[in-house]
Design a binder for this molecule. Structure first.
Ligand SMILES: CC(C)(COP(=O)(O)OP(=O)(O)OC[C@H]1O[C@@H](n2cnc3c(N)ncnc32)[C@H](O)[C@@H]1OP(=O)(O)O)[C@@H](O)C(=O)NCCC(=O)NCCS
Length: 159
């Protein structure tokens, strides 16, 4: 498995992957529409095949993960992508890595907490509000749980 930065060379293939997997290149994070075709990222490759993608943006010494997706779950791809971005954030002198997930995403809530992330904020009904901007956001998520809230996690880096 190779982990490569998203660059002008592979950007088109990555954008095609984003469109195929999310049916949209826009994501709403705390009420802000983020264009996923412009954020930085690291892609996991097995030969020519994309097996995972993490995207992020850095501002005010915070590295915000805007997405993390593994196409080969349970084989270490998600952990490797997270480690790559944490290393970039440290090298760029960030104080923390932060991310938002939703209240239904039990899998992500387990995954990030086991990797040192701490729940720091609950944005009550943030997804309910995002649905006004993007009505395609489903009402029901993992395990039949209604999707309503954004949970904010962070990992302090000690910089
Ligand atoms: C959350 C997500 C990114 C995790 O990716 P992943 O590739 O499955 O992650 P890993 O394989 O590194 O770890 C998953 C589990 O598999 C285990 N695992 C990893 N490699 C393994 C191996 N070779 N053999 C057995 N188990 C293994 C890990 O220990 C881990 O379990 P744990 O979290 O209980 O410790 C993935 O489930 C995903 O894409 N979810 C959908 C999108 C999403 O929710 N993104 C996060 C919100 S932003």
């Amino acid at each position: 498995m190779d982990y490569l930065a998203v660059t002008n060379q592979n950007r088109q293939a990555i954008n095609a992957y984003i469109k195929n997997h999310w049916f949209s290149t826009e994501m709403i994070i705390r009420g802000e529409i983020v264009d996923m075709t412009t954020v930085e990222g690291v892609v996991g490759m097995d030969g020519d095949e994309i097996v995972g993608l993490i995207t992020y943006r850095i501002y005010a010494k915070v590295c915000e993960i805007t997405s993390l997706d593994s196409l080969r779950e349970g084989q270490g791809v998600g952990t490797a992508l997270l480690e790559q971005v944490t290393a970039i954030a440290k090298a760029k002198d960030c104080q923390k890595v932060s991310l938002i997930t939703t209240n239904d995403n039990i899998n992500a809530i387990r995954f990030f907490q086991k990797r040192g992330f701490n729940l720091v904020k609950v944005h009550l009904d943030a997804v309910t509000r995002s649905r006004i901007l993007k009505p395609k956001i489903p009402l029901i998520g993992q395990n039949g749980i209604p999707i309503r809230h954004e949970l904010e996690f962070e990992l302090l880096l000690g910089n």
